[in-house]
Write a protein of this length. Structure first.
Length: 256
């Protein structure tokens, strides 16, 4: 008799600090009933409701600050899932270099966070991060490496969130400098660079289709999930609605 595989349902979503409909956002989060939910850019005004979500434990970390609002990372873990460890890492964060960030006096990617769980006898390390929006491509790549180095402990790994992979040759000339991309980086395609990075560190890119769009305004894929190759992707899709956010949520079901 073969044992049933461990199926793990995950949600990744940039909730957006300017979310236009928090009630709809809360309803969506609760309705997913995912085993683990990873949120980025959670506005401070949303924390009281989220911290008391029934059936989940919540863990928050600092995401970004600006003259307008503080933003947070939040991980939700179902109460019946065994938690082995929780940790955060404080990054060497610089003030934004692009006009977009400087105009708001933004400080981004302040912390990343991770949990280690025991799921059906399998230890899994899961990382939640939000890389800087208003900076160079090179700096974002170094941030991702720093996040991975800080949390990776040799266990099977899942890392996801808003990676802000804005750089594309077709649009860099239009808004690259506004978001802090150096002129010599205008020819770079950040999603392709992410795939190269994942291959180098031995991770699998879950959403690897060329036309995946998670941020409708830019028509770009800014949000990503990378997993250890020992995990099988059973289901992965991007929601068609933003639930008040400018980002669409990602849902992933893994078997291991």
């Amino acid at each position: 008799m073969t044992s049933k595989p461990n199926l793990l349902k995950l949600i990744f979503w940039n909730m957006w600090d300017k979310n236009r409909n928090l009630k709809r956002a809360f309803d969506f989060i609760e309705r997913t009933q995912a085993d683990v939910i990873f949120l980025q850019e959670v506005p401070k005004r949303a924390l009281p409701r989220l911290e008391h979500m029934k059936g989940y434990r919540s863990f928050k970390a600092r995401d970004a600050t600006s003259i307008m609002e503080e933003k947070y990372l939040v991980i939700f873990l179902k109460e019946q899932v065994e938690l082995l460890d929780y940790g955060t890492f404080i990054h060497n964060t610089d003030v934004s270099t692009g006009l977009f960030g400087r105009s708001k006096q933004a400080v981004e990617c302040i912390e990343s966070q991770s949990i280690l769980i025991n799921y059906g006898g399998q230890k899994v390390r899961m990382i939640n991060c939000h890389l800087s929006c208003s900076t160079t491509v090179k700096h974002r790549q170094s941030q991702l490496k720093e996040v991975l180095d800080a949390h990776d402990d040799g266990n099977p790994l899942i890392i996801g969130g808003d990676f802000n992979t804005l750089g594309r040759p077709s649009t860099n000339w239009l808004w690259g400098r506004f978001y802090g991309i150096d002129r010599e980086e205008f020819w770079l395609h950040e999603v392709k660079l992410l795939h190269e990075f994942a291959e180098k560190v031995g991770l699998t890119v879950v959403f690897d289709k060329k036309r995946t769009v998670t941020h409708p305004i830019s028509r770009a894929q800014l949000d990503h999930v990378l997993v250890s190759p020992t995990m099988e992707v059973v289901k992965a899709f991007v929601y068609s609605r933003g639930y008040g956010s400018d980002h669409r949520p990602l849902e992933v079901t893994l078997s291991f």
